[in-house]
Design a protein around this ligand. Structure first.
Ligand code: MTE
Ligand code: MO
Length: 414
């Protein structure tokens, strides 16, 4: 690594730990202040903006306001089930207004539907069995701020993830009721939100292959954490594909097309949610054709340290109690390790079993720190196929997707 590269990665690490130049001022609210180096001039939440942002925790960090993109500091993700007021927000267009659950309908159509069918929300609730699953939803761009050169888009640090409990009906049951032709390949969703331009363009319309669409956990949901879905998260109806890029989980859902080819809606092409098929050097140009790019499917293994908050002080002789979550797309977490000596030695953490598929798992550890001083604590998850999180940012890609590098915090023993 060239010297400026080393300085850059050091700087990025300091951003990640939330220390930055204020590194000595341990115990301050460093995350909320932001370091200013993550690219987007982090704002505190401002209220009264035409929709119900006031229901969000005031320490969430605004990455952009047109459209709204808001992330969660890691210590605020400590709950096993992410509460609505702490869930990150990612929008590609304008949040729709005048949403009426009573008149809401969902249309199933597309080349590969047997019979185009319209369901009211009431039909869905009455005709199909209800299911509840707790599902990880993570923006594929979560962690983007660490790529160099930067990927285009919101400069997410670690907070574009959450794991809420969703209640609704299986997408499979609904698709089967309309009838799935043999040549079905993919589904594509459509929502009610409008393009930022105000024109009649679709802001985003993505989907998943049939094999993911037909899984037990693929839901059409009307409730989040036992309540109506908040407007900003897709009221009154949303589709959910836990463990896959959250961009597949369409909000304000009005229509699902069963496609006889890979869905070709907005943000299914170019460098959007796609990776180079063959790895490329950081910053290298690539012609983003179907031959060169592949669509991101299950998200990679990842974890967060949600307690303590970075900057914590600890009295000498007391163990450092750590905890957080780990998740791995369609896989489970096999092991979790923590290190306080920059990865020289690793200590095994305890991992709880998975509540349901595509749900994150809780881990905890108690570390004995050898003496007074400054430590950086790293956490590393291993998935059920023995794939581990990398310590540094993984393969560069133009969209800045899938940074699953180890999360790190700073602590001081006094
Ligand atoms: N209709 C619609 N659905 C959408 C989006 C959107 O802009 N419009 N954004 C997607 C993306 S990129 C993400 S990461 C998740 C974010 O979900 P959340 O805001 O509920 O956390 O919603 C997805 N579903
Ligand atoms: Mo996203």
């Amino acid at each position: 690594m060239a010297k400026d590269e080393i300085q850059k990665s050091r700087r990025q690490f300091l951003v990640k730990t939330g220390l930055g130049l204020a590194g000595l001022a341990l115990g301050n609210n460093l995350w909320a202040k932001g370091s200013g180096t993550t690219g987007t001039g982090q704002q505190k939440l401002t209220l009264g903006d035409g929709f119900s942002l006031k229901e969000k925790h005031p320490d969430l960090v605004v990455l952009s306001d047109k459209p709204w993109n808001i992330e969660t500091p890691p210590h605020l993700l400590d709950d096993v089930i992410t509460p609505a007021n702490k869930l990150f927000v990612r929008n590609n267009g304008l949040i729709p207004e005048n949403l009426d659950a009573k008149t809401w309908t969902l249309t199933i159509d597309g080349e590969s539907v047997e019979k185009q069918t319209v369901f009211t929300l009431d039909d869905l609730k009455k005709k199909f069995k209800h299911h509840t699953y707790q599902l990880v939803h993570e923006c594929a761009g979560n962690g983007r701020s660490e790529y160099s050169p930067p990927g285009h888009g919101n400069q997410w640090t670690t907070g574009g993830v959450g794991c809420c409990e969703w209640t609704g009906v299986r997408l499979r049951d609904v698709l089967e009721a309309a009838g799935i032709k043999k040549d079905a390949v993919y589904i594509g969703y459509y929502g009610r939100d409008k393009h930022l331009s105000g024109k009649d363009e679709v802001p985003i319309s993505r989907g998943v292959p049939m094999r993911k669409a037909l899984e037990d956990e693929a839901l059409i949901a009307w409730a989040m954490n036992g309540q109506d879905i908040p407007v900003v998260h897709g009221y009154p109806l949303r589709v959910l594909f836990g463990g896959w890029p959250a961009s597949t989980s369409g909000k304000w859902l009005t229509r699902i097309a069963i496609r006889n080819k890979i869905h070709d809606g907005a943000k299914m092409n170019g460098t959007d949610y796609r990776l180079p098929k063959n790895p490329i050097a950081p910053g290298a140009k690539i012609t983003a054709t179907n031959e060169n790019m592949r669509i991101i499917e299950a998200m990679p293994v990842k974890s967060l340290i949600t307690y303590p908050k970075t900057g914590a002080q600890l009295t000498e002789g007391k163990p450092l109690e750590l905890r957080g979550h780990a998740w791995a797309g369609d896989r489970k977490i096999k092991e979790m390790h923590v290190s306080y000596d920059f990865g020289a030695t690793w200590h095994k953490a305890t991992v709880k079993s998975q509540r349901n598929r595509n749900c994150w798992q809780q881990w905890s550890a108690a570390l004995k720190l050898p003496q007074k001083g400054y430590y950086e604590v790293w956490a590393r998850a291993t998935d059920s196929e023995n794939v581990m999180q990398p310590m540094l940012v993984p393969a560069w890609n133009p969209g800045g997707y899938l940074n699953n590098a180890c999360h790190r915090i700073a602590v001081e023993v006094v």
